[in-house]
Design a protein around this ligand. Structure first.
Ligand code: CP
Length: 316
């Protein structure tokens, strides 16, 4: 594996889950693997889980870690080619990424979409340029269209808690007051479509994911019908892909509460966090015995550790 940008970079997702569970059972077994290697974690957007879990994972492998909040501490980056930089941008991504590649053996990058121009966001131009100009392995800490470290942690969590070999997993749209990216649901769908699960996506009409991410998943517009027999309910808001970046309905009755959860097969409830209580998920569910949100967040460490260990072994 040269980079970790999507599920397509992974040869065998079951093996990667197994590797993650090995790290979880014995976090410091490979504490020499990353010795004298440096990872740079570059954030252009806020983060709690990704920042801390990836840092901890790298430290467990003996790596040196540099964290940079590029949006606050770095020069304003230019990403377009051929522009005369006589406005606000100070440094071109060509130089910035190339310089970071001189300091770091691996670079993790978080860059959210602008949610204005679908073609621009879905081209993943920023990530592609970072890969091209840095010259080192790149790990996505969430891009415009994907969040693979989160999806791997989600799959680890499902593997640990599944009540049967092929569980029913339902990804349900949730209400929100803001326009959010499709990265988490896109990525979750992409990983679930490759996992041994019965995968269903439910959302109000107009929130269809891009076909390349929804893949062969069953789409069910009636949330109550979709929830029947579910073993896992994955809750997440996203804005419209079709009417790009728009909040087309608030539909507060889509919020998962105990009444909706009662339709499932005693489903465990997942959410990548951060979550807006009383908007996306009811308190009674988040605080209930079926919530997996904290173990799911804890698994972010083992997800990152498995990916970093694989990148070190494959590239150095
Ligand atoms: N789930 C997740 O990526 O959390 P952060 O945005 O806090 O990193």
């Amino acid at each position: 594996m040269r980079h970790f940008i999507s599920v397509n970079d992974v040869e065998d997702i079951s093996l990667l889950v197994k590797e993650a569970l090995t790290h979880k059972a014995n976090p410091y077994l490979h504490k020499e693997l990353g010795k004298n290697r440096t990872i740079g974690l570059i954030f252009l957007n806020p983060s709690l889980r990704t920042r801390i879990s990836t840092q901890k994972a790298a430290q467990n492998l003996g790596m040196n870690v540099i964290v940079m909040n590029m949006d606050k501490e770095g020069w304003a980056l230019e990403t377009q080619d051929g522009v005369v930089m006589n406005h606000n941008t100070v440094e071109h991504i060509r130089e910035a990424a190339a310089v970071m590649g001189q300091y770091c053996d691996i670079i993790g990058v978080r860059s959210f979409p602008r949610l204005v121009d679908r073609n621009e966001d879905y081209s993943e131009d920023f990530f592609n340029k970072f890969i091209k100009y840095s010259g080192v392995p790149i790990v996505s800490l969430e891009s415009a269209t994907r969040h693979p470290l989160q999806s791997l942690a989600d799959l680890i969590t499902i593997e640990e808690h599944k009540p049967k070999p092929r569980p029913k997993v339902v990804l349900t749209w949730a209400p929100h007051i803001k326009s959010l990216p499709q990265a988490v649901p896109n990525s979750f769908a992409e990983w679930m479509n490759k996992a041994d699960v019965d995968f269903v996506i439910t959302h109000p009409e107009g929130y269809e994911l891009a076909p390349e991410f929804a893949g062969a998943a069953k789409v069910e517009y009636e949330q109550e019908k979709a929830l029947e027999g579910a073993d896992f309910v994955y809750v997440k808001n996203w804005s419209s892909y079709k009417d790009y970046g728009k909040v087309i309905t608030m539909d507060s009755y889509w919020m998962i509460d105990n009444e909706l959860l009662a339709l499932t097969n005693k489903a465990k409830v997942m959410h990548c966090l951060p979550v807006r209580r009383g908007v996306e998920l009811a308190d009674e569910v988040l605080d209930g015995v079926d919530s997996l949100v904290i173990p799911e967040a804890a698994n972010r460490v083992w997800s990152a550790q498995a990916v970093l260990a694989k990148l070190i072994r494959d590239n150095f």
